[in-house]
Write a protein that binds this ligand. Sequence first.
Ligand SMILES: NC(=O)c1ccc[n+]([C@@H]2O[C@H](COP(=O)([O-])OP(=O)(O)OC[C@H]3O[C@@H](n4cnc5c(N)ncnc54)[C@H](OP(=O)(O)O)[C@@H]3O)[C@@H](O)[C@H]2O)c1
Length: 202
Amino acid sequence: MKTVILIGANGKMGKAALTGLGKHKVITAGRSKDGCDYQVDITSEESLRKLFKEVGHFDAVVNTVGVCEYATFEEMTEAQWMTTVMSKMMGQINIVRIGQEYIADKGSFTLITGILNLKPIPFAIADATTSGAIDTFVKCVAFEMPRGIRVNSVNPTVLAEAWDVYGDMMPGFQPVPSALVGKAFERSVDGFITGQVILVDA
Ligand SMILES: NC(=O)c1ccc[n+]([C@@H]2O[C@H](COP(=O)([O-])OP(=O)(O)OC[C@H]3O[C@@H](n4cnc5c(N)ncnc54)[C@H](OP(=O)(O)O)[C@@H]3O)[C@@H](O)[C@H]2O)c1
């Protein structure tokens, strides 16, 4: 059994990840503490450091947070770009950058991306661009991780449980059940792979 910090546990993707972490001791964290063990803001280096210090020993971090702004490229403001970059890109890079100081030997980080960098749709340019950045980040940073630490991303299509929210934006996409996406998180945490983008598409 590993100790796994799950960031974003209250979100739809957090709940999907949890279905794959059944064998482990899961410590939950979210922006609002609301039912979680810890409060954390992934856009704050200080908040991330506090979380990792307070948890103490942990073997894996699974992050499912990445706030994205949606607009056409022509209409998206710099502020909207920066919200997305500071959460989905830098927030996740900082989880690994700061977390690697605290995680156990042979630990793992699993980050969230999303299908839209591979299958673009209107309004999703910031989500797609930062997902692509994180998929590249995990492939490249894996070569630099110390102490046998692994890092992967899960790149899923839309969840069946989120289809009521995103379905209208995604004609022609086939949603997948949370339990299938949970398997991708399980493969990252329990397997030996590193530097991989684990694609979950229908
Ligand atoms: N849903 C899908 O079908 C799907 C498919 C592929 C990829 N994704 C990606 O998965 C990620 C999460 O999506 P979701 O559908 O799970 O969203 P969601 O249901 O809105 O959940 C997002 C979670 O992130 C937390 N959060 C937001 N900002 C935070 C911060 N700065 N620090 C810590 N926690 C923060 C929220 O906490 P509070 O509730 O406390 O605000 C919430 O629990 C996104 O990047 C999305 O692009 C989603």
